[in-house]
Write a protein that binds this ligand. Structure first.
Ligand code: MN
Length: 485
């Protein structure tokens, strides 16, 4: 069950001889290092490091990252020294392992140890983004095995942290499948009562929806074949439970208002086919107004692309249909990891992803910026700011030129202005949202076009601190007021 072959089989591109040799060595080293150790579940400890390595293989990671995943706990839990590791596996793998290793128990304790370890994780991630993927692979296995814990408080703490920090991180990387899995494993431990309720609601409604959608599925398959399509797949995807719960919350727990409990997913060879299929679908079924979304021409900020439409099925049902290419499908499931054409190698791709041109990792720079301004010992505050500024639900708004600015929910034009530049924030004279003048504390909504009018003699007031949602805006406002004094 923990043989190295299990890793090779999970890899999305078959490993060459060098990759096999490296992974085999890391596998053997880790197994020996953790020999005799047991996890809280009672399993041999090596099962955990093996599964972490395997998760990385499933994400599509390279041999170095997989090896580092196999070795990720040898420094923290098996008494191996950094020197040993570097001698055996070199600098890169040692860097990856130290990046996910918690700080020493002697110097740091409790919350402080946790917070400082998180800071260290982001600093290491900025250096080599593969560190974060190892942390996520590690967390996925931890949360999968949460049931083995004896202490309910600990189960809940890990589950909440998974939902509040790690799932949003996976989302930021565009790794839809990972995000869904992290949330669904954590859900029953994070919110047990809500979990039971959603299960019940789904039990009643899931079957009915499934029946409607199945009928549409058969019709579409027939229709596409008739239109001459040869290479396509049509399948049903069931919404992740936690994501359904969040949607229910936005709709007063009324399941009748949710149309994508089960959605149809059509995968075709190219973009032109996507639009053709959309045309065919709309010529058969009437679409619900306002629910046709073209995320191909206008991708979500995490890179997600697809056409979405919702149709009346004709027998009283309503169904959502998602249309995309295979490439878009891979990107939606595996995000950043799917871009690896392997030509430039994982490492250099991820490094490039941090630059301005590639927005997928640009937020990392903002986290580092936040960390710079937080002193040690402000642990609670740091975690709160992190959750608020980076991992809360986001709204995506536009500049008049069409650039996307991504902000936490409930942000105001003040946050928007400071997200562009502190000079703009410091001189807000007036704000327009969708061409209308609005108050400065107006809450922004997805898709709003926001325009800031600059006035040279305008300056921030104390009131702004309350109206601003992001830590960054608040910090700039306070320092501008300070300076004026
Ligand atoms: Mn671990």
């Amino acid at each position: 069950m923990t043989e190295v072959k299990g890793i090779f089989d999970a890899m999305r591109t078959p490993p060459d001889a060098a990759a096999r040799a490296l992974i085999t060595k890391a596998h053997a080293f880790s197994e020996r290092a953790h020999e005799g150790q047991k996890r809280f579940t009672g399993d041999p400890y090596f099962v955990h490091t093996f599964e972490t390595g395997k998760n990385l293989a499933l994400f599509g990671m390279d041999a170095q990252t997989i090896s580092a995943g196999l070795l990720h706990d040898v420094l923290e839990d098996a008494g191996v020294t950094e020197q040993d590791l570097e001698r055996e596996f070199g600098k890169n793998i040692t860097f990856l392992v130290t990046g996910v290793t918690k700080l020493g128990k002697l110097k740091y304790r409790g919350l402080e140890r946790h917070v400082e370890s998180m800071r260290k994780l982001f600093i290491a991630t900025a250096e080599d983004p593969r560190v974060l993927l190892i942390k996520l692979a590690d967390r996925l296995h931890n949360v999968k095995t949460l049931g083995g814990h004896t202490k309910p408080e600990k189960q809940q703490r890990i589950a909440l942290e998974t939902i509040e920090i790690f799932a949003p991180l996976a989302n930021r990387l565009g790794m839809g499948r990972l995000k869904g899995e992290l949330e669904d494993y954590a859900f029953p431990y994070a919110y047990p009562d809500e979990y039971k309720k959603v299960r019940e609601i789904l039990k009643e409604h899931g079957k009915v929806t499934e029946k409607h959608v199945e009928k549409v599925q058969r019709s579409i398959q027939k229709e596409l074949a008739k239109e001459g399509f040869v290479h396509f797949t049509v399948d049903r995807r069931v919404k992740y439970l936690y994501s359904l719960y969040k949607k229910l919350l936005r709709h007063e727990m009324d399941i009748e208002k949710i149309y994508d409990i089960v959605a149809l997913r059509i995968i075709v060879p190219n973009v032109a086919d996507c639009y053709r299929v959309l045309g065919i679908v709309h010529s058969i079924w009437r679409p619900l107004p306002g629910r046709v979304k073209d995320y191909i021409a206008l991708p979500k900020t995490n890179g997600y692309q697809s056409l979405h439409t919702t149709i009346f099925t004709g027998d009283g049902g309503i169904a959502e249909i998602q249309i995309r290419t295979e490439e878009m499908h891979q990107a939606a499931e595996y995000g950043i990891a799917s871009h690896l054409a392997y030509k430039e190698g994982l490492f250099s791709f991820l490094k490039r992803a941090r630059t301005k041109q590639h927005k997928s990792l640009g937020w990392l720079n903002d986290i580092l910026e936040l960390q710079k301004h937080m002193a040690e010992g402000e642990g609670d505050q740091y975690l709160e700011n992190l959750k608020m500024d980076f991992f809360k639900d986001r709204v995506f708004v536009f500049t008049p030129k069409g650039d996307v600015i991504d902000l936490p929910e409930d942000s105001t034009p003040i946050d928007f202005a400071y997200a562009i530049h502190s000079d703009i924030g410091n001189h807000i004279g007036g704000t327009k949202v969708n061409s209308k003048m609005v108050a400065i504390d107006t809450k922004l909504k997805n898709g709003d076009i926001v325009e800031i009018q600059i006035r040279k003699d305008a300056h921030p007031s104390n009131k702004w601190v309350e109206h601003a949602k992001t830590t960054m805006a608040r910090r700039h406002i306070k320092s501008a007021i300070q300076k004026k004094k």
